[in-house]
Design a protein around this ligand. Structure first.
Ligand code: FE2
Ligand code: FE2
Length: 277
């Protein structure tokens, strides 16, 4: 088999300002190799004490660090907030903390426990903040809040009351047919169906929840009155799409979604790879 197949070209999206001094750093996977593209985004908030939110995947380290440091100097980064311990959110945490000598890692106890083998940041450089906690970053106080959909018990999103921006971690994830900077570029029905699907894939327990209690988790986000939302797996959500993302989350427990690809699909993929080679 030919092992020298060229990697498909990856579309580059430069960081976009989604709220004042708040920048979405774009990355994605699946382009040219999968039926849909999945965002792998992170955030930079240029507060008086600048904050980096999540750290991307290791495979994109060079571009990720270049994007972060195009927005803030390494020595000015004061906080690195991890929304949870999954590899698509923590892939560059050690490299980023190494490059930013004045940064404190905003984690929590269980995150450190679960990352024991991979996290190289000393406890003396950490601050532990859980759901409901706050972080003073000089000119504003950020609020940590667990979003309705999550796949790690360590998860907290992050809300900035001065801009109305809510970082949703894994919530509001959407497949894309091509990488885009804003969900406005995703066809409406595809977006709603895709969000239902990803929500159930990320959090299969959502089909088993007490609905009244689940709705309360959405109510908490609604109460923030966010004006823009973004997460690792969704580009910017603005305007009336904010309310629609929240409404779509409310109907996730009873949504009917396609099954995940199974062994039969894997065999088709392997066969097509063999033909291509
Ligand atoms: Fe996750
Ligand atoms: Fe994720």
């Amino acid at each position: 088999m030919d092992t020298t197949l060229e990697q498909p070209r990856k579309t580059r999206i430069a960081p976009t300002e989604i709220a004042p001094e708040t920048f979405l750093i774009h990355d994605h996977q699946g382009e040219g190799t999968a039926p849909v593209v999945v965002a792998l985004n992170t955030l930079v908030i240029r507060a008086a004490e600048p904050v980096v939110v999540d750290t991307g995947v290791a495979e994109n380290r060079e571009q990720y660090l270049a994007d972060v440091f195009s927005l803030v100097e390494p020595e000015d980064v004061r906080w690195v907030f991890l929304s949870h311990d999954d590899v698509d959110h923590t892939g560059n945490v050690n490299a980023l903390m190494d490059a930013c000598p004045n940064a404190t890692l905003v984690s929590n106890w269980f995150m450190v426990e679960r990352m024991t083998a991979s996290l190289a940041v000393p406890l003396t450089r950490q601050r532990w903040i859980d759901d409901g906690g706050t972080l003073n970053v000089g000119d504003r106080t950020l609020h940590a809040l667990r979003p309705p959909i999550f796949d790690s018990p360590t998860t907290r999103g992050l809300f900035d009351p001065t801009t109305g921006c809510f970082w949703s971690s894994d919530s509001f994830a959407t497949p894309m047919l091509a990488p885009v900077a804003d969900v406005d570029a995703v066809e409406d029905g595809f977006w709603i169906d895709g969000m239902h699907m990803f929500h159930q894939y990320v959090s299969p327990w959502v089909t088993m929840v007490d609905d009244a209690k689940f709705q309360q988790t959405v109510d908490r986000v609604v109460a923030l009155q966010p004006t823009v939302m973004a997460g690792c797996h969704t580009p910017a959500i603005r305007g009336d799409r904010v309310a629609r993302a929240l409404a779509t989350t409310r109907t996730t427990p009873t949504a009917v979604v396609p099954p995940q690809p199974d062994q039969a699909v894997l065999e088709q993929i392997v066969q097509s790879l063999a033909v291509a080679a």
